[in-house]
Ligand binder design. Structure first.
Ligand code: MD3
Ligand code: FE
Length: 219
């Protein structure tokens, strides 16, 4: 039950509450908590086809976050740059299809935030272990910035860094919990953001890790 987890600080303390992060950015606390175990099971299925891997940035750094994708297109990085690719470069095969559970959640959350009709073609799956982090960046490899981005947090909590329209702006720090869903669109679509180093912990659904699903219209 939720109240049992509260004292452990694992799950969203204000399930179903909507927090406005910006003019067109909203955090839906606990929106996916009832589907979270099924989402994690589906993540494990995807990883059976396209395994999690630590990609290399164009600058030559190996990312501390392990990643894979499902859907028509997957986000990849290597020494040649960032891009979307319909083929997993590690397997040479198409990415696994997007589970219906994923696309339905993304559409439900986008609609709840005022973006009706969102149909993602890409889902990036990020896996954070203790110490994994994602430095401040913009998501700008998508063709069309008019579609929103939907992100789903699962497992261990993390500190979300919510910056400004310029990298130099000092970011706000917002905790993200198991089952939280955020939707970013319009004028907030190119906001700088990141994730602070994950702390050690144990979550009953994901054990020692955090997953983040990021749904995008990339193509
Ligand atoms: C704000 N992932 O994969 S999702 C990423 O938790 C990424 O793994 C983080 O940033 C994670 O690119 C944060 C939250 C997020 C995603 C996209 C955004 C916030 C955003 C796009 C614009 C503004
Ligand atoms: Fe991002």
């Amino acid at each position: 039950m939720r109240f049992e987890n509260l004292s452990l600080g694992l799950d969203s303390p204000h399930a179903a509450a909507a927090v406005q992060l910006g003019p067109q950015a909203v955090l839906l606390r606990g929106f996916a908590v009832d589907r979270a175990s099924a989402l994690v099971a589906a993540i494990r299925d995807v990883c059976g086809v396209s395994p999690l891997r630590h990609m290399v940035t164009p600058g030559g750094w190996t990312m501390s976050v392990a990643m894979t994708n499902c859907g028509e297109a997957g986000w990849v990085t290597d020494r040649s740059g960032y891009r979307y690719d319909s083929i997993d470069p590690q397997t040479g095969l198409p990415w696994p299809g997007m589970p219906q559970l994923f696309s339905a959640l993304a559409a439900d959350a986008a609609a709840a935030a005022g973006f009706a009709g969102f149909v993602p073609d890409a889902c990036l799956i990020n896996q954070y272990r203790p110490g994994s982090r994602l430095s401040l960046h913009q998501d700008r490899n998508e063709r069309d910035y008019s579609a929103p981005i939907v992100s789903v947090s699962l497992g261990l909590p993390a500190i979300f860094l919510w910056g400004g329209q310029k990298r130099a702006q000092r970011p706000a720090r917002i905790p993200l919990f198991h089952g939280d869903v955020a939707v970013w669109g319009g004028t907030d679509r190119l906001t700088f953001h990141g994730i602070g180093p994950l702390a050690d912990g144990f979550h009953p659904v994901t054990e020692g890790v955090r997953y983040n699903l990021t749904f995008r219209k990339a193509l």
